[in-house]
Ligand binder design. Structure first.
Ligand code: URA
Length: 184
């Protein structure tokens, strides 16, 4: 049997390799299984845990607005997280939790084969670009291979706490939209 995204999701739902799964629901990811662009957040929050869907709370509403600002709908992209279960009280995920969940993200990327990967915030960024920070790397294309570009953007939740970042996020999405146009 050949591995597909739906099969991976089914297998993921019975996985118990991360202790967060004892007290939270699995949030695999959603969107177009053949998306050219993949957005990767940190970990599910309360609404995501309740619904089993990524980015459906306040940060998700803002992400939808940002996508709309460059004429993208969430069904046209793929949205996922590094950590697949909500950490208690939305604390930062630990390095161990990120490592435990990482094989699933790697398999999602291998199956979807996006041309552009957008890490949202520092937790996701750290898995793609080392030796940099989100404040230095955001809003710019970082070529990984001839076929894959990493385009980091601040986490949308950051703008909910720091209003000054709102415009930076819109500017980064504008730059992302221009980059997407440039690669056709
Ligand atoms: N924040 C994230 O990083 N991911 C979600 O799915 C929701 C909020």
């Amino acid at each position: 049997m050949e591995l597909s995204l739906p099969l991976l999701e089914t297998q993921f739902k019975s996985w118990k390799g991360c202790p967060l799964s004892e007290n939270a629901n699995p949030v695999f990811g959603e969107g177009d299984a053949k998306a050219a662009i993949m957005f990767i957040g940190e970990a599910p929050g309360e609404q995501e845990d309740k619904t089993g869907r990524p980015f459906v709370g306040a940060a998700g509403k803002f992400l939808d607005e940002l996508l709309a600002s460059i004429n993208l709908k969430r069904e046209e992209v793929y949205i996922s997280n590094v950590v697949k279960y909500r950490p208690p009280a939305n604390r930062d995920p630990t390095d161990l939790e990120k490592e435990q969940c990482m094989p699933w993200l790697k398999l999602q990327i291998a199956l979807i084969k996006p041309r552009v990967i957008v890490p949202l915030g520092r937790h996701a960024l750290g898995h793609f670009l080392k030796n940099t920070t989100i404040s230095n790397a955001h809003g710019k294309a970082h070529k990984l291979t001839d076929l894959v570009t990493i385009f980091p953007i601040y986490h949308p939740a950051a703008a909910l706490h720091n209003g000054g970042l709102r415009q930076a996020l819109y500017d980064d999405f504008k730059a992302l939209g221009e980059f997407l146009k440039s690669i056709g």
